[in-house]
Design a protein around this ligand. Structure first.
Ligand code: 3H9
Length: 692
């Protein structure tokens, strides 16, 4: 059922009922229009209340219908709002929990609005790359004023209903039961005429053009590659400068333009991708989860400390285990310092600071963590060390505890085999800095139990991470792909690029950081260590030796004061390095390579298509559940540009046949073997299909 109709005395109550958030899809819109018409025809009915069942008034238009015929099918949201606004009996919106987007636009079309405290009020469309397209940009400024409305529309951020209590948005705040209050209010206004309509209000703002110009300048500077924020300003400007109906036309035109943009499609893809990632086809939503009330972390290094902070931030007590008192003290002091910095920046209250610091303890004894519900190992990336830790954990941890490894490359199934309870072992691969980065790769071993996966996926939401499940393979989803990207970056140096040229090209494409600046930040020795292992295990894989030569020079990156770039003391700014440039040119000469001028387009294509090709294999092998999971890994953990939607979405946008044609071209160059197309990519391209 998409909306229920009931008559309560003289008042008709229409309850939106389209779980999970009462999205205004076609069926719901139709049901509400039918309800209003029924109420208008029923002489016994004097007023109409519209409210929402469950956990929302309404989360807005049904995003799943966008770009489908249902989105525009009559009754459209416009028609619905017109029917409500032109009704001859008062219509009252009874708002609670969530009132967003089209939901708020519907409420603004009602004659009166009554709200419970704590409801989230927002026009979040800009976050989906669009603007409120059902009158929100014209009506909100009429009740909140130009400035407050513009801020809400351009930011998309929710405001608590009680903060808007004194504005013309709400006629009354409900104390106690919302429906009882709404019915009483409806009785009170049932006979009042004329019916107030938001569209009839004026947008009063002296010198509005000066304010709007300032807003255009500020928003243009902040919007980056996204067109929607500036269009939001344009639509709001129309509310100030034009008659209501003309303003609506401007809004409609801008909405239709934005909804077709790749940027908006990418944002919507990311919205649904994030939610889809928390679901596994063979782990049903009702899988029981284990209670995680206490957590232990093994290792007080940068990673262990960052991981611990996530749990303290979520109010979960966490104990860090170290082998030496000195290392433990150092780790705990670093955590404290991190929190102090946040406190100093005013991003944490004193009370929260003390609470969080108080939730993190330290120990040198395994016995002290035996009762933890979850233990996460964050020790040195070496199988021998992991073996010692997991054997010990198997001995001491209580039955039912989840044993997680933060390994980024090692075989989780081998780690699980060090214990007598492989079903309880799972990978929780955090990304550095672990208290900041959103991504959490959840690694599913062959024997990982379903309730363990369900628990960790639920926990990832609690600690505000984007959890993505990966099967077991070298590097899992993210690092396995980045290896191909890094290989291409290395080959490009030999063939003619400088590190700064490569970095600049991918940063212009939209990556947060190019591969060489990233290497200097993360530490070039990490990749060196992994490659040394690969040279033994998989000698057939070719790498550029430039990165090894760099490490042999002791240039590990920012931490050693020099890497691909030079650094000055106390400054993280990278300066092009003559020494590195000489090394690259010398090495290319030794290989007999005639260096050439390489275009930015080639740089970007080689790096990004290398990701895409490996991702196609990952998808085909079932390491990732769906293409959008891979996009979520890259958007939340590797700085892939959000407006391009992730590597798979981007490849779909380019067109898979075009991607393949470029790959064939690169396969004719050096290291052509790196461009052997993944069978899935070939298949989809041949069938005219896409990844997503
Ligand atoms: C709009 O209104 C356009 C108009 O201006 C003009 C039109 C002409 N549609 O986030 P959660 C699903 S644009 C369809 O995990 P929470 C979501 O996919 C719209 N589905 O829960 C998920 O489904 P599943 C403007 C939606 O409690 C489930 O709900 N509105 C929609 O943490 C739970 O989601 C927005 O941009 C939707 N509109 O947060 C609001 N919204 O279980 C976007 C949610 O199958 N939504 N779903 O994975 C949100 O910000 C949050 O979902 C909300 C709930 C705060 C509502």
């Amino acid at each position: 059922m998409s909306a229920e109709y009931q008559v309560n005395g003289q008042i008709a109550v229409i309850t939106l009922n389209n779980p999970p958030v009462n999205g205004l899809g076609h069926a719901t819109r139709s049901a509400v229009v039918a309800g209003v018409q029924q109420a208008l025809q029923d002489e016994a009915v004097k007023a109409i209340v519209i409210t929402g069942a469950g956990k929302a008034f309404s989360g807005g238009a049904d995003i799943k219908e966008f770009n489908s015929p249902k989105a525009l099918a009559e009754p459209s949201l416009h028609t619905l709002i017109n029917v409500v606004e032109n009704a001859e009996k008062p219509v009252i919106a009874a708002i609670h929990s969530v009132c967003m987007g089209g939901g708020l636009e519907l409420a603004l079309g009602c004659h009166y609005r009554i709200a419970s405290a704590g409801a989230q009020i927002a026009l979040p469309e800009v976050k989906l790359g669009i603007l409120p397209g059902a009158g929100g940009t014209q009506r909100l400024p009429r009740v909140l004023g130009l400035e407050m409305a513009l801020n809400m529309i351009v930011s998309g951020n929710p405001v608590a209903s009680e903060k808007l209590a004194s504005t013309a948005l709400f006629d009354q705040m409900a104390d106690g039961d919302l429906l009882i209050a709404a019915l009483a209010f409806a009785d009170k206004v049932a006979g009042l005429r004329p019916l107030p309509r938001v569209r009839d209000l004026r947008v009063d703002y002296p010198n509005s053009e000066v304010f709007l110009q300032l807003s255009r300048d500020t928003v243009a500077a902040m919007a980056g590659p996204f067109p929607a924020p500036l269009k939001c300003v344009e639509a709001v400007a129309a509310a100030a400068n034009k008659k209501f109906d003309d303003g609506l036309k401007v809004e409609r035109e801008l909405f239709l333009q934005l909804v077709q943009t790749t940027e908006s499609k990418a944002l919507r893809h990311a919205f649904f991708g994030e939610r889809a990632a928390s679901k596994l086809p063979d782990v049903p939503d009702d899988t029981p989860i284990r209670a995680i009330k206490t957590v232990a972390v093994i290792g007080a290094g940068t990673m262990g400390g960052g991981i611990a902070m996530n749990f303290a931030n979520a109010g979960i007590p966490v104990t860090i285990l170290e082998m030496q008192q000195e290392a433990l003290d150092k780790g705990l002091a670093t955590i404290r310092k991190n929190y102090e910095n946040t406190l100093k920046k005013g991003k944490l209250t004193q009370e929260k600071f003390e609470q969080r610091v108080g939730l993190i303890g330290g120990t040198l004894s395994y016995d002290a963590i035996a009762q933890a519900d979850l233990v996460i190992e964050a020790v040195f990336e070496d199988m021998g060390v992991k073996q010692q830790v997991f054997k010990r954990l198997d001995e001491v941890m209580k039955t039912g505890a989840i044993l997680a490894s933060n390994t980024s490359t090692l075989d989780l199934d081998s780690i699980a085999a060090f214990t007598g309870r492989p079903q309880d072992v799972v990978g929780m691969h955090f990304f550095s800095p672990a208290n900041v980065m959103k991504l959490l790769e959840i690694v599913r071993g062959k024997q990982t139990a379903k309730d363990v996966l369900a628990t960790v996926m639920a926990l990832s939401k609690k600690i505000k991470k984007t959890g993505v499940v990966s099967g077991v393979c070298d590097g899992f989803i993210g690092n396995r792909m980045i290896e191909q990207y890094s290989r291409q970056a290395g080959f490009l140096l030999e063939e003619g690029c400088t590190p700064e040229q490569v970095d600049k090209a991918v940063e212009n494409f939209g990556f947060a950081m190019g591969p060489f600046r990233m290497g200097d930040l993360a530490g070039n020795d990490i990749g060196w260590y992994i490659r040394k292992r690969r040279y033994l295990e998989q000698p057939q894989i070719g790498y550029s030796k430039t990165a090894d030569l760099l490490c042999e020079m002791g240039r590990f990156g920012q931490k050693s004061g020099a890497g691909w770039y030079d650094y000055q003391a106390g400054d993280r700014k990278p300066y092009p390095s003559q020494v590195v440039s000489d090394m690259i040119i010398r090495h290319a000469a030794e290989l007999g390579i005639t260096r050439r001028k390489i275009s930015d387009q080639e740089i970007v294509e080689r790096l990004v298509y290398a990701l895409v090709n490996e991702a196609a294999r990952i998808l085909e092998e079932g390491i990732a559940t769906r293409a959008s999971d891979i996009d979520m890994v890259y958007l939340s953990g590797y700085g892939f540009p959000l407006h391009r939607g992730g590597p798979m979405f981007y490849a779909d946008t380019v067109g898979l046949p075009k991607v393949l044609t470029a790959m064939e071209e690169y396969a004719r160059g050096r290291h052509g073997d790196a461009w052997k197309a993944a069978p899935l990519l070939l298949k989809l391209a041949a069938e005219g299909k896409s990844f997503n």
